[in-house]
Write a protein of this length. Structure first.
Length: 650
């Protein structure tokens, strides 16, 4: 698949207007919503906040002192109450909240009543371990119902959770636990991925060798008794044993609107991951409302977001958004090609899913695997499709539209970030004519601009930096323990304006086209990584003197990691060393960071001030003609790299 050129994108003329029948029934079907929000965005969001149950009303909608926003000041609420209790009190008590399948095929359905019971009991378990309001709890689990229970139980007692994706290494887990100074770790003996066991408890044990803040570890028995794990006495407790002792009732902690709900670590342009902070009132307001607007969620929908809870999509659109709306959510633990490449379609058919939200990288894989896998299944229950995580190329969009959506389902291409908490740019499915590859327009109440380097708004058609000029309720409240980096990363390029790190353009109809990151963040299969993280993992290997990592276009993953490596004297540039280095990065960070290519080189292209010119390395790795090399200290370096790379490509 050829990458689509920017010009081709901007000349995309295909447009898909919403079907009249869809518009008629849509949650939002009056275009006046945009102008109403623009007129008074505070009043607009205040109205949205009424979609939640508050223990105490707020007195001030917004307190804005850039870069810090406070929303719904003085209000009190609890996220778990909004996701569980308020539904369990009504007929929804016996409505399915989670329809779960494990990778091996095990099945469970939890109603809102079940969620209420389990969450209260588990909240009592946490309390019995000394967890109280404000204590951080780390969660490192497979995608099983208990991970949702654990998150909601934390929210219930006001203990911010920090979920670490189960695919991350022991060392990544350790960094995150130590940065958050978490008191308790919740994990499992293992999880299933493509038929193999992910050894979560073993990784956790390795991580915990130097995590002095952790007092207790709760271990879910996911694998069954045959899978041996080490339990450290006095520290480790089985989930099941702890739950047996737990009392049935646990009241919800009334949280201030601005109390911390969770931390979620994500990659930035330096090696150290940053703990994105989200608070309660604004975050819950926006995830609750956008789930209704963007996914057109209705009482009878069967909603499936395929993200893992280790990422923000899992937080906002698998847990807090849909559950606060009382939705029925499908959850699947494993890989889309296990046991066969039709697993997703089989699940859609079986549970009659109506809304399906996934990532372009998955769509491109499905495309490559071919339509025969879909044709075996009845997908006629679907009525809306979503995409998130990276730009979706028009070819993949069209394939999704035709083959998954049967040409009848609107597609919502949703742009947002861990930092934004909720979707900011997306079609409204009953109102927006979509164009393949465009995230279309800002949602009502959101104010993006495309700016040049000096902060001047650019005319339509011109590429620039995507920025947000007004605050929004679910915006991050900062980086845990690092206000300077927060200021520096997002608020220093344009004072008082949030800089996203993304490049974008608008076409002549004003549609937004996202162009990818403009910083040193790369997006591998929809997962954020920093080039420096990969570089630090590489230079940690004894054979490596210096390394430069880049994101290279990849037809399935969007980007793949390629690394240029200078090795130390005494080591040999061999294929086995390449494999060793790839393995080393996997061990240090996790499989998502594993480089596809390692390129040995004698030197790296640097500017006269010593900065590595990644743009040129990308040209080399992608086999393009070399761009401008005039600022290089030694222009011959890249040419020799290019000659060499073309000789050793594997
Ligand atoms: C990219 C994921 C284009 C973007 C929710 C952003 C997208 C980064 C889209 C955030 C989209 C996400 N179109 N690009 N629809 N959605 N991105 O924090 O570069 O994991 O800055 O949040 O993903 O990634 P994050």
């Amino acid at each position: 698949m050829e990458p689509t050129s920017i010009d081709a994108l901007l000349n995309e003329t295909r447009a898909f207007a919403p079907a009249e029948t869809f518009t008629q029934q849509a949650n939002l079907n009056d275009p006046a919503v945009y102008s109403e929000a623009a007129k008074d965005f505070e009043a607009f969001w205040a109205k949205a906040a009424e979609g939640l149950d508050w223990f105490q009303p707020w007195t001030k909608t917004l307190e804005w002192s850039p870069p810090y926003a406070q929303w719904f000041v003085g209000g009190k609420l609890n996220a778990c109450y909004n996701c569980v209790d308020r539904h369990a009190k009504t007929w929804r008590r016996n409505k399915a909240a989670l329809i779960w399948e494990g990778e091996p095929g095990d099945e469970r359905v939890l109603t809102y009543g079940d969620l209420s019971r389990e969450t209260q009991k588990f909240a009592n378990v946490l309390k019995s371990m000394g967890v109280s309001k404000g204590d951080r709890v780390c969660i490192y689990m497979p995608l099983v119902p208990e991970v949702v229970i654990a998150m909601l139980a934390c929210a219930r007692i006001g203990a911010p959770h920090s979920v670490v994706f189960g695919g991350f290494s022991a060392e990544s887990l350790q960094d995150r636990i130590n940065d958050a100074q978490a008191k308790v770790l919740i994990t499992a003996d293992g999880g299933w991925r493509r038929g193999s066991v992910v050894p979560l408890k073993k990784n956790a044990d390795d991580a915990l060798k130097t995590c002095p803040s952790i007092e207790k570890v709760i271990v879910l028995d996911r694998m069954g008794i045959d899978y041996p794990v080490h339990m450290q006495s006095g520290r480790d407790v089985w989930w099941r044993d702890a739950m047996e002792q737990a009392a049935l009732e646990c009241p919800c902690e009334p949280m201030e609107s601005e109390d911390l709900l969770y931390l979620l670590y994500t990659s930035g342009s330096t090696g150290k991951p940053k703990g994105i902070m989200h608070t309660t009132g604004g975050y819950m307001t926006q995830v609750n409302a956008t789930t209704q607007w963007v996914f057109d969620l209705k009482e009878e929908d069967v909603y499936w977001c395929t993200a893992d809870v280790g990422w923000v999509t899992g937080h906002s659109y698998l847990v807090y958004g849909p559950l606060s709306n009382g939705a029925t959510c499908m959850v699947y633990e494993g890989a889309p090609d296990y046991p066969d490449r039709d697993r997703f379609w089989a699940m859609i058919e079986k549970y009659r899913a109506t809304i399906f939200y996934t990532a372009p990288t998955a769509i491109r894989a499905f495309m490559k695997w071919g339509e025969s896998h879909l044709q075996k299944h009845d997908l006629s229950s679907l009525r809306l499709l979503g995409s998130v995580g990276e730009p979706i190329n028009p070819e993949a969009w069209m394939w999704y539209h035709q083959h998954v959506g049967g040409a009848r389902c609107p597609i919502v291409d949703t742009w947002w970030q861990t930092e934004t908490g909720a979707i900011l740019i997306s079609p409204l499915p009953g109102l927006t004519a979509t164009k393949p590859g465009s995230a279309t327009h800002a949602l009502p109440g959101i104010f993006p601009e495309i700016l040049d380097n000096d902060g001047q708004p650019l005319p339509l058609g011109k590429g620039g930096y995507l920025a947000l000029t007004k605050p929004w309720p679910s915006m991050t409240r900062g980086l845990y323990g690092d206000p300077e980096r927060f200021m520096q990363t997002y608020w220093s390029k344009y004072p008082g304006i949030y800089f996203t790190g993304d490049g974008a353009r608008r076409d002549e109809d004003g549609y937004f086209w996202l162009m990818g990151r403009v910083d040193d963040v790369i997006n591998v299969a929809g997962h954020r990584l920093s080039t420096m993280e990969v570089e630090s993992a590489l230079v940690d290997h004894p054979a490596v003197a210096e390394a430069a990592a880049i994101g290279k276009s990849h037809d399935l993953k969007g980007q793949a990691v390629a690394a240029f490596v200078i090795i130390r004297e005494g080591f040999e540039m061999s294929d086995s060393l390449k494999d060793d280095l790839k393995e080393h990065v996997t061990k240090k960070i996790g499989a998502i960071a594993r480089p596809d290519d390692i390129i040995f080189s004698a030197d790296l292209p640097k500017t006269r001030s010593g900065k590595i010119m990644r743009r040129l390395l990308r040209d080399v790795a992608e086999g393009r003609a070399l761009g401008d090399t005039t600022t290089l200290a030694d222009p011959a370096v890249v040419q020799s790299l290019k000659d060499k790379y073309e000789g050793q490509e594997d």
